[in-house]
Design a protein around this ligand. Structure first.
Ligand SMILES: *[C@@H]1O[C@H](CO)[C@@H](O)[C@H](O)[C@H]1NC(C)=O
Ligand SMILES: *[C@@H]1O[C@H](CO)[C@@H](O)[C@H](O)[C@H]1NC(C)=O
Ligand SMILES: *[C@@H]1O[C@H](CO)[C@@H](O)[C@H](O)[C@H]1NC(C)=O
Ligand SMILES: *[C@@H]1O[C@H](CO)[C@@H](O)[C@H](O)[C@H]1NC(C)=O
Length: 437
């Protein structure tokens, strides 16, 4: 036993120079973690000549087939023009990838990051988690990805111009429906193994009824009837935060955060947002509370981001939809979120326990006089510090980036897709036990 332990100890310490493939080490180290992850961390296998090899489709958690839709459905919406017959931009060099427009568009940019990740999944790189890989034969894929930039299409092309009868956004959706319903891949599964990103609550408005059987990647279910979208088949993805992430080492401590509770946003909102107004009157005169109107324009973002980074708690209140990008802004500023939104669905909740780094308050409690302030005062500095430490750990799960890294938002979404698709297959296989020819 002693010899065994010693020999594995030496193997570990030879790590960087030894003949053990990096992947094996990664796998072991990760499995040692309390949160067990079963898939390999990287698909790079270092063979004996130490050259990096691309991810092998058989090693990937998920094989994805992506339709080669014409550019007008995706990068064309970003103003990208390839050469004749070129469907996809060359993504070899991250510096030359067509950029996504900034500002408010960015919060719903999920579609862009997922597409880029797939495009680059066959390229040999220094490092890329081998969670998904793009395959070029649909029969070898577990999942079919529909690369339509639906949120950008809604944000940029909803208006009717000149002599157009329908907007470009509507026209693209109609063409997409026609295309998908005619495909063998769609008919094979009734669309259930298709992934469609519709993160902006108003995106895919015209097409959603016809394509609702697909797995949708959404911000929330606020504007969907439950039969079209629900937590059983669909995926909630985080908004791309608008403020910048506080580097771990620069995150202000309990003592440095002089404001107890922070909220800056639009105060008058319709629907679920009515509570903002009630809270405003309850909290505006409380000591150490910052609760004001504020707009995203001009200096708004900068001001809010500084405010959040110097507050212990930050309110995340339902807007006119149950979700809002504020929650993710708050998280990346390491301010403990106080979530008041009874119907909110949260990203990655199978992996993340939000109560470890946030507080949930029912709307009916929040509007009771004194309730919120009592709650916040009851959180001890030790308890707060624990939540803050956890916040710093989980911030990475809300980062969209290219190239994608293990544990970032892109990688987490693919893992959710995998969970959903495998449970779908499980049910399908069980049902069809006796129906095979
Ligand atoms: C495995 O986990 C234990 C407890 O968390 C830790 O003390 C130890 O250093 C870890 N071993 C490796 C090889 O990471
Ligand atoms: C190592 O990988 C390189 C690049 O893929 C390949 O050319 C070479 O033949 C491989 N060597 C061995 C021993 O497998
Ligand atoms: C583009 O595609 C068409 C039809 O497949 C083909 O006839 C044409 O030669 C292609 N053009 C170029 C520049 O590859
Ligand atoms: C796609 O994969 C299936 C199943 O592996 C195979 O039968 C078929 O020949 C493949 N098609 C092409 C064009 O390679």
């Amino acid at each position: 036993m002693f010899l065994l332990v010693m020999s594995s100890f030496f193997l570990f310490h030879m790590g960087n120079h030894s003949f053990i493939p990096r992947t094996v080490l990664d796998l072991v180290l990760v499995n040692n973690d309390s949160k067990l992850q079963l898939q390999p961390q990287s698909c790079q296998i270092f063979n004996s000549s130490q050259r990096k090899v691309a991810c092998d489709p058989t090693d990937a958690l998920l094989r994805v087939y992506m339709y080669d839709l014409p550019p007008e459905f995706h990068f064309g919406l970003l103003g990208w023009k390839g050469s004749v017959n070129q469907t996809w931009p060359n993504v070899n060099d991250p510096k030359h990838v067509p950029p996504y427009p900034g500002g408010l568009n960015l919060q719903h940019s999920v579609e862009y990051w997922l597409t880029l990740d797939l495009l680059s999944s066959n390229i040999v790189k220094d490092f890329r988690p081998c969670t998904v890989i793009r395959v070029h034969n649909a029969s070898q894929a577990e999942v079919i990805f529909v690369p339509f930039f639906s949120s950008l299409s809604y944000n940029r092309h909803s208006k009717i111009h000149g002599k157009e009868k329908v907007s470009v956004n509507k026209m693209l959706q109609q063409r997409l429906v026609q295309f998908l319903l005619g495909r063998e891949e769609w008919k094979r599964s009734g669309g259930r193994d298709h992934v469609i990103v519709a993160h902006h609550p108003n995106s895919m408005r015209s097409a959603r009824r016809k394509l609702g059987s697909a797995m949708l990647v959404l911000a929330d279910f606020g504007r969907y009837p439950p039969e079209l979208a629900n937590i059983k088949k669909d995926i909630i993805a985080p908004y791309r935060h608008l403020v910048s992430t506080v580097p771990r080492a620069e995150s202000a401590s309990y003592e440095q955060r002089s404001t107890l509770l922070y909220f800056q946003g639009t105060i008058y909102r319709k629907d679920g947002g009515a509570i903002r107004q009630e809270l405003y009157y309850l909290l505006k005169d409380e000591k150490d509370v910052h609760f004001t109107f504020g707009s995203i324009r001009r200096n708004g973002i900068k001001q809010a981001s500084e405010g959040m980074a110097l507050s212990k708690f930050c309110l995340s209140i339902a807007g006119d939809t149950p979700s809002s990008n504020r929650l993710f802004d708050v998280i990346v500023r390491h301010c403990v979120p106080v979530i008041i939104s009874d119907k909110i669905e949260l990203p990655f909740e199978d992996v993340l326990d939000y109560s470890e780094f946030g507080l949930f308050v029912h709307a009916s409690d929040a509007v009771r006089k004194g309730y919120l302030m009592n709650l916040l005062h009851s959180i001890t500095p030790e308890k707060w510090r624990k939540m803050w430490e956890r916040l710093k750990d989980i911030t990475q799960h809300f980062e969209y980036q290219y190239p994608s890294q293990t544990g970032d938002a892109v990688n987490m979404i693919w893992k959710e897709v995998a969970h959903k698709i495998f449970s779908l297959q499980f049910n399908l296989h069980r049902k069809s036990r006796y129906q095979r020819p």
